[in-house]
Design a binder for this molecule. Sequence first.
Ligand code: NAD
Length: 291
Amino acid sequence: MKILISDAFDPSLPSKLARFGEVFDDKERLPEADVVLIRSKTKVTREYLDNAPNVKLVIRGGVGLDNVDRETCRERGIEVHNTASASSVAVAELALALMLAIPNRVIEGHLSMKEGKWLKKELKRTELYQKTLGILGIGLIGTEVARRAGAFGMKVIAHDPYVKAHDFADMVPMDDLLGHSDFISIHTPLTEETRVMLNAAMIARMKDGVILVNTGRGKVVNEADLAAALESGKVRAYGTDVWTSDPPDPSCPLLKAPNVFMTPHIGASSKENLLRIGDVIEEILEKKTGD
Ligand code: NAD
């Protein structure tokens, strides 16, 4: 079996998979590959697959499959897997990190001190305790966020059309989530239903001064509408790991909007998660080969 590692994984992965066959990372050798391992950078489009006649299996290290043309894979009998179970804690911790850093003014405190300023009076903090967190999409990652937010004494509500009841959150209609949340954390996949779902009309239904955190997908928000809401103060802050493209185009309005706190799509990039992703890939290949 020939395995192409097309994106960045833990350096231990090639030796972990060596027992299944030849493992290489030379993308020029795509036409030889039986298995392709990707993260978010490689786009498995119809054209990509045209150049991969032997591929029977695509494994996405991570969760979102929006960079894989699953329809074409289905047509060509190519199996597609992700490693969904591996990444939940890593992404949930980043969502919580943003949720803690923003109202605690950690980033402004750090940056202003680097500039020689002492903003002790100016940097007023607010707490998570007794605030309402609205989770949009309560699957694997949303669940880990809900569990941890409860430990901070937050009231956790969630909206998810496919989940009726949850152990760590009260399930509510979308309008209630928008109207009652002090924080909204986005954990939906990118689908036709969720694409630019958070637009001006939805933002208008949110509480004034809401803090949004997005570790789901950048394309779930309408960037221009959100930038306008940050300018007006309707949305107090936006903490985001995800963008409409990686990296964001310089014209992305959120890069210039006030109170945007950013990370470069590192939700799944904890050391521990990269090791777990490797373990899940090994399990998938074990099942395939019976090895
Ligand atoms: P999951 O499938 O377990 O959960 C997604 C949840 O969203 C499901 O419960 C689903 O019912 C719900 N959902 C679908 N459509 C919805 C809608 N219209 N409104 C509200 N809820 C809706 O997936 P997960 O493992 O929790 O991952 C969620 C997303 O996080 C992924 O699809 C991916 O886009 C993103 N992600 C980001 C990173 C990162 O690096 N920042 C890493 C991993 C995953």
